[in-house]
Ligand binder design. Structure first.
Ligand code: ADP
Ligand code: TRP
Length: 504
C-alpha cells in the first residue's frame, strides 16, 4: 500500500514534469539495504541532506557515494554555521520520518550536487520508509528554486587518504632545471613508478619551479622549461585519478614552511648536503653559491612535510634530501613536543634505479646526449635508436651476438612484447638477425608504448587552457591540504594567539 503522502508527492512531481518511478519494499534502515534490495548500489542513489545553515534549512541532494566538502558548501551558501539537521529538526521541517528525505521539500531550497548528473536515474527518498523513488536526474533541475552546486569531496577525500583506510600517500617533485623534456630514463626511473603508485596510493606530484631558481635566473628559460616539463609530465601520466598534479609556486605555503623549518635546521646538517658540497667542490668558492642552493634541502623538506606523505619516490641522488627531511621533522616534533610530522620514507625503485644511456656507459641524461626521447619526431627517435650501443664484438649480422650490456636489449626489456623479446634474444644470440632488425623492433615498441602519450602531448601543447585548468585544479587541492597542515603548524609553534584572525 502506498502511503497517501507519497501519492501526493508523486502527483506534485508529475505537475513539475519530473519523471519518476515508485518502488515499494519492506521497511529497511539504510540506503545500502534499500539499494541492495532493489538490486542497486549506493552509487545509484541520491541522498538528500537536510541541513541547518545559520538560521534556515536547506536540502542538498548528493549522490550516495559522494561526500560533501562542508567548508566549500559553507562558502557557497555564504553562511558561517552549517550542520546536519537533528532528527527532531528533520521531522519538523520535512514532516517525514528521518532517513526518507525527498529531493523536493516545500519551503526549503534544494541544492543539486553536480555529481548526481553523472547518472541518468537515481533512487531517492519518498517521505516513506517503505517506498523509494527512482528519479530521472535531468528532471531534478525543474525543482522550483533549485540550484546546481559543485561541492563534492570525492577527490579531496581520496587524496587526503584519512578516510580511506590503508591507502598510503606519496609525494614527489621534479625540478624544471633541464629543458623540461623527458626521456625514457625519466619515464622508467620516475614517471612509470608514479603511474603504478597512483593505482593504489594517493599521490601528490609537483613541478618544483621554486627549486629551479637556484640555478636558473633567466625569465624566459624558466618559463620555457616549466611549460615543457608540465606538458611532458601530463602527457605521460595521462589519467590523473588519485594524482594531484601541481606547480610548487602555485602553493606559496611551501615557502612559508621553509621559513619556519629553517629555525629547527642545524647549519651543519645542510653543510653536509650533496647539492652544496658538490658545488663547493666544483667551484671551491662560496661566493658562487647562492643561499637558495644551500638551503635547497629545507625547501624540499617543506615540500614533503606539508603533505605528510608515507613515501617519497625519488632518484638515488635525492635520498639524502629525504633523510634530511626526516631529521628536520624529528627536530620539529621534538622542539614542539608534538607529532606534527610523520617521518616520510624515501622510495627508490631498485630494479630500474639507473637507466644507462645509448652509449651504454653512463646514466641516460640529456646533458650527455645519450638519451632516447619520447615526444620528438619519429625520425629523431629513430636516429637515437640507431646509434644505440649494442655488441662491439659483433662484426657481421651472422656473428653470434651478446645480450649482456647490449642497450637495445636492455631497453627492449621494457618496450617490447615479452614472447617476441625472448625469441628475438635467441635469434640474436644465434646470429640470425642483424642489429638493425633489433633496433627496428625497439623503435616499434617505443612508438607503440608512447602512442597515446604522444597524442596527448599534441593535444595539450595546442590547448593551453586545458593545461591551465589541470594546474589550477591541482593547486586548489594541494593548497587545501597544505593549508590544513600549516594551520596545525602555526598553532603548534605559537604563531596563533588570542589576537589571531588569519585564514588561508
Ligand atoms: P637527472 O636525475 O639526470 O638530473 P632529472 O632531474 O630530470 O634528471 O630527473 C627526473 C627524474 O627522473 C628523477 O627521479 C631521476 O631520478 C629520474 N631519472 C633521470 N635520469 C634517469 C635515468 N637515466 N635512469 C633512471 N631514472 C632517471
Ligand atoms: N629535488 C628533487 C630533484 O631534483 C625535486 C623535488 C623538489 C622533490 N621537491 C621535492 C622530490 C619533494 C621529492 C619530494 O629531483
Amino acid at each position: 500500500m502506498i502511503d497517501e503522502k507519497v501519492k501526493q508527492y508523486s502527483e506534485e512531481l508529475k505537475r513539475l514534469g519530473i519523471e519518476h518511478k515508485i518502488f515499494e519494499h519492506p521497511q529497511l534502515l539504510t540506503v545500502e539495504e534499500v539499494q541492495s534490495y532493489l538490486g542497486k548500489t549506493v552509487k545509484d542513489a541520491c541522498a538528500t541532506l537536510i541541513m541547518k545553515a545559520d538560521d534556515h534549512f536547506v536540502a542538498v541532494v548528493r549522490r550516495g557515494d559522494i561526500k560533501l566538502d562542508f567548508e566549500k558548501l559553507k562558502k557557497l551558501l555564504g553562511v558561517s554555521n552549517l550542520r546536519l539537521a537533528s532528527g527532531e529538526e528533520f521531522t519538523k521541517v520535512t514532516n517525514n520520518p528521518v532517513g526518507t528525505a525527498k529531493v523536493y521539500n516545500h519551503g526549503i531550497k534544494t541544492y543539486l550536487e553536480k555529481s548526481i548528473f553523472e547518472k541518468d536515474y537515481l533512487n531517492g527518498g519518498s517521505g516513506s520508509l517503505t517506498v523509494t523513488i527512482g528519479y530521472k536526474v535531468a528532471d531534478l533541475k525543474k525543482i522550483p528554486g533549485s540550484e546546481l552546486i559543485d561541492v563534492s569531496q570525492k577527490e579531496i577525500q581520496a587524496v587526503t587518504g584519512g578516510k580511506i583506510k590503508g591507502r598510503k600517500r606519496i609525494l614527489s617533485g621534479i625540478t624544471p632545471s633541464g629543458d623540461g623534456t623527458l626521456h625514457i630514463g625519466n619515464y622508467l626511473g620516475a614517471v612509470k613508478q608514479f603511474i603504478e603508485f597512483a593505482k593504489t596510493h594517493d599521490c601528490f606530484l609537483m613541478v618544483a619551479d621554486l627549486h629551479a631558481l637556484t640555478t636558473i635566473q633567466n625569465k624566459e628559460q624558466l618559463q620555457k622549461n616549466t611549460e615543457t616539463l608540465i606538458v611532458n609530465e601530463l602527457a605521460l601520466l595521462g589519467d590523473l585519478t588519485n594524482i594531484v598534479f601541481f606547480r610548487q609556486s602555485d602553493v606559496p605555503l611551501h615557502a612559508e614552511l621553509q621559513t619556519i623549518l629553517n629555525n629547527v635546521t642545524p647549519l651543519g646538517l645542510i653543510k653536509r648536503a650533496h647539492a652544496y658540497k658538490d658545488k663547493l667542490a666544483k667551484d671551491t668558492n662560496e661566493e658562487e653559491i647562492n643561499m637558495g642552493l644551500f638551503n635547497y634541502p629545507v625547501l624540499m623538506a617543506a615540500d614533503i612535510l606539508l603533505y605528510k606523505p608515507d613515501l617519497v619516490p625519488v632518484g638515488r641522488d635525492q635520498k639524502q634530501h629525504v633523510e634530511i627531511t626526516r631529521d628536520i621533522a624529528e627536530r620539529f616534533n621534538k622542539a614542539y613536543k608534538r607529532e606534527v610530522f610523520p617521518l616520510p620514507e624515501s622510495y627508490i625503485p631498485e630494479e630500474v634505479a639507473v637507466i644507462l644511456g645509448t652509449d651504454g656507459k653512463r646514466k641516460m641524461s640529456k646533458s650527455l646526449g645519450n638519451i632516447i626521447s619520447i615526444f620528438e619526431d619519429e625520425n629523431i627517435i629513430r636516429k637515437q635508436v640507431m646509434k644505440t650501443y649494442t655488441d662491439p664484438t659483433r662484426i657481421h649480422a651472422s656473428d653470434p651476438g651478446h645480450i649482456e650490456g647490449n642497450m637495445v636489449f636492455t631497453y627492449l626489456e621494457y618496450f617490447g612484447n615479452r614472447t617476441e623479446f625472448e625469441n628475438l634474444k635467441k635469434l640474436y644470440r644465434e646470429g640470425k638477425i642483424a642489429d638493425v632488425e633489433a633496433k627496428d623492433y625497439l623503435l616499434k615498441g617505443l612508438m607503440e608504448t608512447f602512442q597515446q602519450a604522444r597524442e596527448r602531448y599534441q593535444e595539450l601543447s595546442s590547448n593551453p587552457q586545458k593545461v591551465k585548468k589541470i594546474l589550477s585544479n591541482g593547486a586548489e587541492k594541494a593548497r587545501d591540504f597544505a593549508a590544513s597542515t600549516m594551520k596545525e603548524i602555526r598553532e603548534a609553534i605559537g604563531l596563533t594567539n588570542k589576537y589571531s584572525f588569519f585564514k588561508y
